[in-house]
Design a protein around this ligand. Sequence first.
Ligand SMILES: *[C@@H]1O[C@H](CO)[C@@H](O)[C@H](O)[C@H]1NC(C)=O
Ligand SMILES: *[C@@H]1O[C@H](CO)[C@@H](O)[C@H](O)[C@H]1NC(C)=O
Ligand SMILES: *[C@@H]1O[C@H](CO)[C@@H](O)[C@H](O)[C@H]1NC(C)=O
Ligand SMILES: *[C@@H]1O[C@H](CO)[C@@H](O)[C@H](O)[C@H]1NC(C)=O
Ligand SMILES: *[C@@H]1O[C@H](CO)[C@@H](O)[C@H](O)[C@H]1NC(C)=O
Length: 309
Amino acid sequence: MAGLLGSVFLLVLQTYAAPPEFIQVWPSASTSGPGLLANETVTPSLVPPPGTSKHTPHSIIIGVRKGGTRALLEMLDIHPEVAAAATEVHFFDWDENYSKGLEWYRELMPYSYPHQITIEKTPGYFTSPLAPARIRAMNSSIRLLLILRDPAERVISDYTQVYFNRLENHKPVQAIEDMLVRNGALNTRYKAIQRSLYDVHMRNWLLHFPLEQIHIVDGDTLIRDPLPELQKVERFLELPPRIVASNFYFNQTKGFYCIRSDGRERCLHESKGRPHPPVNSTVLQQLRSYFRQHNRNFYRLVGRTFNWH
Ligand SMILES: *[C@@H]1O[C@H](CO)[C@@H](O)[C@H](O)[C@H]1NC(C)=O
Ligand SMILES: *[C@@H]1O[C@H](CO)[C@@H](O)[C@H](O)[C@H]1NC(C)=O
Ligand SMILES: *[C@@H]1O[C@H](CO)[C@@H](O)[C@H](O)[C@H]1NC(C)=O
Ligand SMILES: *[C@@H]1O[C@H](CO)[C@@H](O)[C@H](O)[C@H]1NC(C)=O
Ligand SMILES: *[C@@H]1O[C@H](CO)[C@@H](O)[C@H](O)[C@H]1NC(C)=O
């Protein structure tokens, strides 16, 4: 009996941070042997791992889109005291979702143990006009994570993602220069450029949260050398240091670090880290010089500089 309970417990441990759809298959995984959970009167999807519960997040990765939010969440998920949400919720920036209420939001979060903190990521929040006030109304002491990359590189990544999505859906695509330039001038109304105006968006967040509650992760550094950036996040979230160098290994083919934890290895999805198209150098210069003043404003706002061009 003890052995049986032990193996059930092990299963629970293995799936505690799993996405909801994974948790539903959990009891059926134990039907190979007779056991408590083989009792058919127990509805699998209604059985949370014992001792767990759901919470609105203790921390949210608010953006920026194409900044490395997925990588950051996956890497933080290495930490035994982190329960990472599997889905992007868009709770605070869409009225349709918001009107469903906090109960709905909580249900979409993973089961977690009392010693764990729940983290979700919704990259659109950083540029959402509504998100800051709404998140504050939910939990004014929440800790926010913001991962940023060079704003011009981010624009090209943003374009690249849309480009491949359109290709896959057999929709017409335009060259990046045609998006970036209109009538010979930089098309500053292009959404991807707007999303890279970090100073503009940050000002909105600082109306609702003190700077101390927003930790900025350098996305360019995280990709090159993940551990130091993750250690800073551990300190910010007041988590004990548990992420170590051996949690990462470099994949030569991908040119990225992959994750090794709990005896499993995982790399980011193929769509992450796609090579960028070449961009006309004159246009790239225009783009960089447009961001220069915005970047300086941002450095002043957050009291810190970044290696952006
Ligand atoms: C499942 O459990 C219930 C109540 O504990 C019991 O009455 C029932 O016989 C069990 N069913 C099976 C298939 O073991
Ligand atoms: C929230 O709303 C947006 C837009 O309606 C939708 O795309 C997204 O999937 C919703 N989130 C969830 C978890 O349903
Ligand atoms: C609000 O966030 C803080 C910081 O993560 C956390 O300690 C606290 O439990 C949260 N409150 C609620 C009600 O979730
Ligand atoms: C390295 O990346 C390649 C290409 O994405 C992938 O096919 C391979 O499985 C990865 N190898 C390891 C050891 O992670
Ligand atoms: C880049 O674009 C400019 C116009 O914006 C054009 O004059 C120039 O020839 C282009 N350069 C190359 C290498 O295509």
